[in-house]
Design a binder for this molecule. Structure first.
Ligand code: HEM
Length: 317
């Protein structure tokens, strides 16, 4: 994300085809399997359970690790905490971060020995990148593809349940789901400030503001996505609106590489969650949920306790 041409162009060209809508569609069956495994785990768990840690995080981690062609390491589910400060300053977080880097280097070394059909092996063996470049790309994509999508699943569930007609509509009108998901993506704006910091490489005038070469500019995607000149009643979640033009995935040459994958994950996650647990509901009042601190760029809650069925229904955990 912080690279310029020609290095950035090289990565983007190499990876573009692997994340195209057509290519991503082929992943549907695998993602369905990952989602169903987690739904089974939910069924076996004690209620209430935390949707974020039992469902959303493992679905997103399992998917990105499958795409990259590396092992799923459940400890990476806490990468959120590790990445909260970049570079992480606290000693234990620093140790976790270093372990994450070391594990990725290990994954890449084994792919060097034994090629695989995943994206990292493709970068090593077909594109000819160095181990270090591939480990860097792998690390970035695990983080980029993991906390974003998982927070979207959890926060999306909350938004859809605030007015249960939206939740129920998924079961009754699956054709409306893609637009509903796009509106969730606009409304939640899960990545807030950090990705949009840019340094001007030449003088440029934006509107009536001159930005000089070397100056840093930060764009607020939540403000753009709630701009009343672009979206009518922007603070309302309206699954009927056309949310085209939102900036949640950025814009220009760095626009999110994984956006089609994210949309597919969200579609499968919501469809299957509603099918399996039509009466899923938050188990605590929404205003008691703890949100991520402001230092962290991802909008999300630490945990979302949920329940379903009768309150006294036993569990098999
Ligand atoms: C809802 C989920 C996601 C959101 C909201 C999101 C958002 C973003 C944003 C805002 C950017 C920066 C765009 C810019 O600078 O203009 C970005 C870049 C990126 N995202 Fe995502 N992302 C999501 C899911 C994913 C997934 C699943 C992957 C999987 C690989 C991914 C991979 C990337 C990569 C590689 C970049 C850097 C692209 C570049 O610099 O050329 N993202 N994403």
């Amino acid at each position: 994300m912080n690279m310029d041409a020609p290095e950035h162009t090289c990565f983007r060209r190499a990876l573009g085809g692997r994340f195209s809508p057509k290519r991503v569609t082929r992943l549907a069956e695998t993602i369905e399997q990952i989602v169903d495994d987690r739904l089974d785990a939910m069924e076996r768990s004690q209620k209430p359970l935390d949707l974020q840690s039992v469902f959303s995080l493992p679905v997103a981690l399992g998917t990105i690790c499958h795409v990259l062609g590396i092992h799923v390491r459940p400890e990476w589910n806490s990468i959120l905490d590790v990445m909260e400060l970049d570079p992480p300053l606290e000693e234990d977080l620093l140790a976790d971060y270093q372990q994450f880097l070391a594990a990725m280097t290990e994954e890449v070394s084994s792919l060097r020995e034994a090629p695989h059909e995943g994206v990292l092996s493709f970068l090593l063996h077909d594109v000819g990148m160095t181990d270090e470049e591939v480990a860097g790309a792998g690390q970035f994509m695990v983080v980029a593809g993991h906390h974003t999508t998982s927070n979207m699943i959890t926060l999306g569930t909350l938004v859809l349940q605030r007015d249960r007609r939206h939740w129920d509509a998924i079961a009754h009108g699956p054709d409306a789901l893609p637009n509903m998901i796009e509106e969730l993506i606009r409304y939640i704006t899960v990545l807030q400030l950090a990705p949009f910091t840019r340094t001007a490489t030449a003088d440029v005038t934006i509107g009536d503001v001159l930005v000089r070469a070397g100056e840093r500019v930060q764009v607020s995607s939540p403000a753009a996505n709630r701009d009343p000149e672009v979206f009518e009643r922007p603070d309302e979640f309206d699954p009927e609106r056309d949310p085209t033009g939102h900036l949640t995935f950025g814009d220009g040459v760095h626009q999110c590489l994984g956006q089609h994958l994210a949309r597919l994950e969200l579609r499968i996650a919501f469809t299957r969650l509603v099918e399996r647990f039509p009466d899923l509901r938050p188990a605590v009042p929404i205003d008691e949920l703890e949100v991520n601190p402001g230092t962290y760029p991802g909008h999300g809650v630490h945990a979302l306790p949920v329940a379903w069925g009768a309150d006294d229904e036993g569990s098999t955990a």
